[in-house]
Design a protein. Structure first.
Length: 182
């Protein structure tokens, strides 16, 4: 045996074995942000399954000047095939962005804007979708109620009644119900 070969054997024996490959600890799976929809006669709504962010929502409820308060939050697209009214304001058939306005530094409270738009704007996977340009048809104060159970992500439902369709917005442990009257 040569001296070089013996040196290689010694080095290989002294080198600790490579760790066996194993899976890295599993991180909490981030839910996918997908485009969902709900419908009722003459109405449809599309929205993103934005994961519940209790701290983010709390910041938007409180008066303040944080990033979350300064930004508009377009969260759904409403399409109407017939005229409806919301809080006494007529909404003609068309396509609309539903935009959430957080509380302001001077504590004016949160509000919901219905904005006439020309094209789809929601982007699957993108919770930071910019508010689309368009004409404001309605802006009304809103107050989400706290409910006992927590939804893991934004969910919107339309439930047809005799004279109105209830638009229910669930986000975490908050709920907002608005009636779209015929």
């Amino acid at each position: 045996m040569t001296l070089a070969f013996l040196a290689l054997v010694v080095i290989l024996q002294a080198t600790p074995p490579a760790p066996s490959p194993r899976e890295a600890p599993a991180e909490a799976a981030r839910p996918r942000i997908t485009l969902e929809s709900a419908s009722a006669p003459s109405l449809a709504v599309q929205y993103l399954t934005i994961p519940w962010g209790p701290n983010t929502f709390a910041a938007m409820e409180r008066p303040g000047d944080s990033f979350y308060n300064r930004r508009l939050w377009p969260f759904a697209q409403l399409t109407t095939e017939a005229a409806v009214s919301l809080d006494g304001t007529k909404i003609p058939p068309g396509r609309y962005a539903l935009v959430f306005h957080p509380n302001t530094p001077d504590d004016q409270g949160m509000s919901l804007e219905v904005r006439k738009i020309g094209a789809d704007f929601l982007q699957p996977g993108n919770v930071m979708t910019p508010a689309p340009e368009g004409e404001t048809v309605l802006r009304v104060p809103v107050r989400f109620e706290t409910v006992p159970d927590t939804a893991p992500a934004l969910a919107i439902a339309l439930a047809r009644g005799k004279e109105a369709t209830a638009l229910t917005v669930r986000y975490g442990d908050r709920r907002l119900v608005k009636e779209l009257r015929y």
